[in-house]
Design a binder for this molecule. Structure first.
Ligand code: ADP
Ligand code: MG
Length: 232
């Protein structure tokens, strides 16, 4: 009987994992589709064309990384632990999502302090930022502004992602981040589950403030790491 329960639990987790992969790989696919759509036009200057192609290829590489990341979740010790340059990751996320944001009439503004370093896997932080930014954009069906701010507070590095979208009710706020909670037609409710999991694995915390009709603020806090220092 015990063996059967273990098998059932394993199957349940495998199912969740598969659904998560499908969900996460859909993000970069959406972005690549956006770039290809833009490239259909003959009027795109060569330098823009190059940039779209490069970002598109980056995103396909990222899908591959996401899949390996999820496989790494099965054995967490295999995920990379290094010093992450936060500014680089925030700027990268903003660049990757820019075409999708433009299509949705969303302006992304980022304000990043210099010299912010934390410990963890850079690809996983990118995944966290992309999930939060994508949710922010999806919360603004009529367009708006999305702010990404990164700064130092005491011994911590903070990253805030702020939208002026639909917001969440108290009841929604309570369920946010729990598996399968989604208010979207094609949502999976796995994006934030994975996001929270990654943040916690990096010794980070998440706070959410939201006002229905006004917008939502996700506030991440990570312990600061010295540049080039080996993480603990
Ligand atoms: P999905 O995006 O597939 O629905 P997520 O785990 O990414 O799954 O998000 C879960 C739910 O949390 C969303 O369906 C939405 O109801 C809520 N949510 C997340 N981010 C925001 C946001 N920025 N503004 C409003 N609601 C949000
Ligand atoms: Mg989502």
């Amino acid at each position: 009987l015990r063996f059967e329960i273990q098998q059932a639990e394993k199957l349940r987790i495998m199912g969740q994992l598969a659904a998560s992969i499908a969900h996460e790989v859909r993000n970069p696919l959406t972005v690549v589709r956006g770039f290809l759509q833009l490239l259909q036009s003959d009027q795109i200057p060569a330098e823009k064309r190059h940039m779209f192609l490069k970002l598109g290829i980056d995103e396909l590489d990222r899908s591959e990384t996401i899949i390996s990341n999820y496989l790494a979740f099965a054995k967490p010790q295999s995920s990379r632990l290094e010093t992450i340059d936060v500014a680089e990751r925030v700027e990268h996320a903003a660049a990757i999502i820019s075409s999708y944001a433009t299509l949705q009439n969303v302006e992304i503004k980022h304000q990043i302090a210099q010299g912010l370093y934390i410990a963890g896997d850079p690809e996983q932080l990118s995944q966290v930022l992309m999930n939060l930014v994508k949710n922010g954009i999806e919360a603004m069906p009529n367009g708006g502004t999305l702010h990404m701010n990164a700064y130092k507070r005491g011994q911590n590095v903070k990253i805030d992602i702020i939208d002026n979208g639909v917001g969440m009710s108290e009841a929604e706020l309570e369920r946010v981040g729990t598996p399968y909670f989604s208010t979207k037609q094609n949502g999976t409710g796995l994006g934030l589950m994975v996001t929270y999991q990654i943040i916690h694995s990096m010794q980070g915390t998440v706070q959410v403030k939201s006002v229905p009709g006004k917008g939502t603020q996700f506030m991440l806090t990570f312990p600061q790491n010295e540049k080039n220092a080996l993480p603990d």
